[in-house]
Design a protein around this ligand. Structure first.
Ligand SMILES: Nc1nc2c(ncn2[C@@H]2O[C@H](COP(=O)(O)OP(=O)(O)OP(=O)(O)O)[C@@H](O)[C@H]2O)c(=O)[nH]1
Length: 528
């Protein structure tokens, strides 16, 4: 069973408990627990942990209720939701007190260890890209002299990801190669140096000894063990064996995509008291997600993860650019350059499906449109904007009205059609109007109330709650209408508002935290 199914089953169990009005409270809790327990076991979660979770949940739910008999229905629902959520988080959390954070302007060495074929080399590159995107100067060292072709693999990955690398075709001593690589990158003031070591099996003592020697020489700030999630509960035994030799401080679980029974590996690993810090979700260099129990469970249950979204946005956004856009917005302006910067920020945040998963209820929608298509359209938009002159970019876009020949030139330069350029200009115009209406609203001009997921359009009539409900009902019954609307608003065929024609990110963040959003998600049958 894949994890998405697990999330759905837990959700269904909780939702039917919430709507159960026939049974008494204790029976309702027991029925719900039975379904949750079965789903967890079928997802390969460690039986001891499931049993502990069941007992904790049961006593917490029954104790809280018996201590406070006068609770309302709404309070009981909240109690069930929160308790289930907290217990699931505990299941995958091993509460590391001092998570490692590389420091800027310092040398941070990260050493990778793991079984053969677990995904070490791929994950080294993914992590290098992750830190490089966050402004670190990152280098990769290949200390795998055991497997023929290991250096070539790392080299190819590194070149593709534009990450400097070090390795040797002739030297067979991994300790020497590792120490030379570190010395080289240290001299060149690299901030994060990632060392890939050869894969080993836990019965291969000599290779384990080699790993200890490399570790002594590179003196890592952090050692990460890479584990293949598809090995399920065997993850516990593997991680224990490695822990005895290389005292790794963190785990990166790979292959959490596809049909891996990730629940098994996650819970088994959590039982070794070592935090999982990242999960690999595909073969692409961007398929790496920071693991945090709360985020993971939120996504598992389809209730989004705004915290991670904000964190990610803040890490990748350029403060100078954001400041300039904010200043423009305060003046009621939104130029083509602002539009371009916003889009680049979104693209830097990683695969759109990862971002969509963090937004309540958006994960599903993204899958309807397709990652590839959306990314392609976004890239095209950047090519169009790249083909404009500085003067054009800094304008509000109306400059093109007087110079239609420039439209043709921009389309040619970007390999797109005039129609596509016009569409982008239209989207930027929509956002510029939003900026103006926000400014007017700040000055007491009013404007229509914000509907989650839709930009403010000046001049549109106010929506009453009944109208809104009807609109939501229609969208619920007609998914293609919903898609069309998103296409219209996002322009790029994006699966969530703004994927293509990105409204102001801060506005989007506010929108996502809007209680109406939660309500709407519920009406669409999404989330808890
Ligand atoms: N689907 C999926 N495949 C992955 C992921 N991470 C790695 N892989 C694939 O797993 C295979 C093995 O990955 P490598 O990076 O070569 O593994 P390794 O641990 O370096 O292998 P050794 O050097 O032999 O120890 C490759 O085909 C990768 O593309 C992931 O998160 N998801």
């Amino acid at each position: 069973m894949v994890l998405a199914d697990l999330g759905k089953r837990i959700n269904t169990a909780v939702n039917s408990a919430l709507s159960n009005t026939q049974d008494d409270y204790a029976t309702t809790v027991d029925v719900m627990l039975k379904t949750i327990v079965t789903a967890l076991l079928e997802s390969d979660v460690n039986i001891k942990l499931v049993s502990k979770l069941r007992n904790n949940l049961r006593s917490k739910l029954l104790d809280s209720k018996s201590g406070n008999k006068s609770t309302t229905n709404a309070q009981t629902k909240k109690l069930i939701q929160k308790t289930v959520f907290d217990e699931l988080c505990d299941l995958v959390d091993c509460k590391s007190e001092h998570p490692f954070q590389p420091k800027k302007k310092k040398t941070n060495v990260i050493m990778f260890v793991g079984l053969q074929g677990s995904g070490k080399t791929t994950s080294c590159t993914k992590l290098a890209v992750y830190y490089s995107r966050r402004g670190f100067k990152v280098g990769l060292v290949c200390a795998d002299t055991f497997r023929a072709g290991a250096f070539d693999q790392l080299k190819q990955n590194a070149i593709k990801a534009h990450i400097p690398f070090y390795g040797s075709y002739v030297d067979t001593d991994p300790v020497k190669v590792a120490s030379e690589g570190i010395a080289k990158f240290k001299k060149e003031k690299f901030e994060v140096i990632i060392v890939d070591t050869s894969g080993r099996h836990h019965q291969e003592e000599a290779l384990f000894q080699e790993m200890v020697e490399i570790s002594a020489v590179v003196n890592p700030s952090q050692t990460i063990m890479v584990l293949d999630a598809s090995i399920g509960q065997a993850a516990e035994q593997q991680s224990k064996a490695f822990k005895e030799s290389a005292d790794f401080g963190a785990i990166l679980l790979t292959k959490m995509d596809g049909h891996a029974k990730g629940g098994g590996a996650i819970s088994a690993v959590a039982a070794t008291n070592t935090p999982i810090i990242f999960i690999g979700t595909g073969e692409h260099i961007h398929d790496l997600e920071k693991f945090s129990p709360k985020s993971f469970i939120s996504k598992l249950l389809g209730i989004g993860d705004i915290e991670s979204l904000l964190e990610q946005f803040q890490t990748v956004s350029n403060t100078e650019d954001t400041k300039a856009t904010m200043e423009n917005l305060q003046q009621g302006k939104f130029t083509l350059l602002d539009f371009k910067k916003q889009m680049q920020t979104i693209m830097k945040m990683g695969p759109l499906s990862n971002i969509a998963q963090m937004i309540p209820g958006m994960g599903n929608m993204m899958s309807q449109v397709g990652e590839e298509e959306t990314s392609q359209k976004m890239k095209k938009m950047v090519y169009v904007l790249d083909s404009m002159t500085k003067q054009e970019l800094e304008s509000d876009g109306r400059i093109f009205v007087d110079q239609p020949s420039r439209l043709v030139r921009v389309a040619k330069g970007s390999g797109t059609s005039v129609f596509e350029v016009e569409m982008i200009l239209m989207q930027q115009q929509m956002m510029a109007r939003m900026a103006q209406s926000t400014k007017a609203a700040q000055g007491g001009g009013g404007g229509m109330p914000r509907i989650p997921g839709m930009p403010n359009m000046p001049g549109m009539p106010k929506m009453t709650p009944q109208m809104m409900q009807q609109a939501q009902q229609r969208l619920k019954q007609n998914p293609s209408l919903m898609r069309n609307m998103q296409n219209m608003l996002g322009g790029a065929g994006g699966g969530f508002p703004g994927a293509g024609g990105m409204p102001d990110m801060n506005e989007m963040m506010k929108m996502m935290q809007d209680p109406q959003m939660e309500q709407m998600a519920k009406q669409f049958g999404m989330g808890m």
